[in-house]
Design a protein around this ligand. Structure first.
Ligand SMILES: Nc1ncnc2c1ncn2[C@@H]1O[C@H](COP(=O)(O)OP(=O)(O)OP(=O)(O)O)[C@@H](O)[C@H]1O
Ligand SMILES: [Mg+2]
Length: 229
């Protein structure tokens, strides 16, 4: 379980996270928000890369707010996932296993499920964006995290490839069965992946029934009027 309780963060006296609270079981929760709404900051605070001004993060009821990122057992795929170019795809995915952490079994299972067997010996620069994303996902999952955070990991991917990848990601994340927090600015992407949906506006989040409702909340908050009547 992941519980986020009243997280606040300001930059230059501007609130970027404003009392963000979330209580998540083993589902895929998607936060939809415009550029600059605070999505990446929220994930960085949960991952331990950015310190909050106030608020608490719990995993399985343990307060982890003061723990270093590597002690949190969180898998984090950043906005522009970077792979090690001098290592093969397999070496990239086995990276955390080297230090005695993670699970070879999980790695093998998701290599199979995501059709990565034929690219294991390839170097990242020879792989398409879709394969790089799959490798980044497996690399994080192989560390056996208790929680997964994904920050628009498919933002550099073509729409057609995304349409194929998102159901694959969903299958793998559901199979892993841990709380997953995915952020995106794209309600369509959210609808293909999520179980639960939230809209994020200026550092505040609101639960919504479906990904399609995100734009209504966002437009109302920013007072944006549709040009189509
Ligand atoms: N290290 C920082 N120092 C100062 N301001 C920051 C810092 N990081 C983020 N911000 C500001 O906080 C706000 C939220 O940024 P954040 O990156 O969390 O937004 P986002 O929703 O992820 O946006 P995007 O969709 O563009 O990725 C922005 O106004 C940004 O300029
Ligand atoms: Mg971001």
């Amino acid at each position: 379980m992941l519980k986020i309780d009243k997280l606040c963060k300001q930059y230059n006296n501007q609130p970027v996270l404003n009392q963000v609270s979330l209580d998540m079981g083993p589902k895929i929760s998607v936060i939809i928000g415009l550029n600059g709404s605070g999505k990446s900051t929220l994930l960085k605070v949960v991952a331990g890369i950015v310190e909050p001004d106030s608020g608490t993060v719990y995993i399985d009821r343990q307060d982890i707010t003061a723990l270093d990122p590597e002690e949190r057992k969180i898998g984090y795929v950043p906005q522009h996932p970077a792979l090690f170019n001098h290592l093969t795809a397999l070496e990239n995915m086995r990276y955390c296993l080297k230090n005695g952490r993670g699970s070879e079994k999980i790695l093998d299972r998701y290599v199979e499920m995501l059709g990565l067997k034929d690219i294991l010996t390839k170097k990242p620069r020879t792989l398409s964006g879709g394969f790089k994303s799959r490798v980044s996902l497996v690399r994080s999952l192989a560390s056996q995290p208790k929680v997964m955070l994904l920050d628009e990991p498919l933002s550099d991917i073509d729409v057609a490839v995304k349409e194929k990848l998102l159901p694959e990601f969903k299958k793998v994340l559901k199979d892993m069965g841990i709380p997953t927090l995915y952020v995106t600015h794209d309600p369509w992407e959210a609808s293909l992946l999520g179980d639960n949906f939230y809209a994020m506006v200026k550092g505040k989040i609101t639960e919504i029934n479906s990904a399609d409702d995100a734009f209504d909340i966002i437009k109302a908050s920013y007072n944006i009027k549709s040009s189509v009547s």
